[in-house]
Design a protein around this ligand. Sequence first.
Ligand code: SF4
Ligand code: SF4
Length: 191
Amino acid sequence: MQALTNRSKVVSNKKMSFLEKIYLPAIVKGMFITIKHFFGKKATISYPEQKREFSKVYRGLHVLKRDDEGRERCTACGLCAVACPAEAITITAAERKPDEKHLYREEKYAAIFEINMLRCIFCGDCEEACPKEAIFLTDRIVKAEYEREPFIYGKDILVEPIDKDKRIDVSDRQTENVLKFKTDKHYAHNK
Ligand code: SF4
Ligand code: SF4
């Protein structure tokens, strides 16, 4: 029968030589390969002391943004949850009280906003679906945990600090095209 590729090898039962029987050449060859790697470029780094440089648009841990006045931008519309292919987002909406205008930008806000980081595939669909520029993925890493429960991230982790100096910079993610998509009145989601 004709072989489909030329990768097949004919196996023979020929007797091994003395050197082959004591495996010495094979051991020396293996040691040589190991020692060669000591002097080559390392494939690993000593994380967390050392960190790799990420792409500017790396998609990591989400942030829920505040506006310039420190109010939460999210209006609990649920579009991000609908867009999420992993069904990782859970939102409970609440109505803003008159004395909460300094906390929430819109009349409705997310009383509970949770993302299950074990489900999330960091696709960025939530970010694209949001009409309020409230949710962004950042270059921050989701921490490793031993239990499943801490992977449910709530507002205490997701909402950025109110202190302007500690806000999360997402300017790299707001390219010209993204801004146009989110502000152009020709699109139904901006009307
Ligand atoms: S990044 Fe993707 S999977 Fe993760 S919460 Fe957003 S939409 Fe869902
Ligand atoms: S993050 Fe954006 S899309 Fe998601 S509920 Fe809030 S406003 Fe709506």
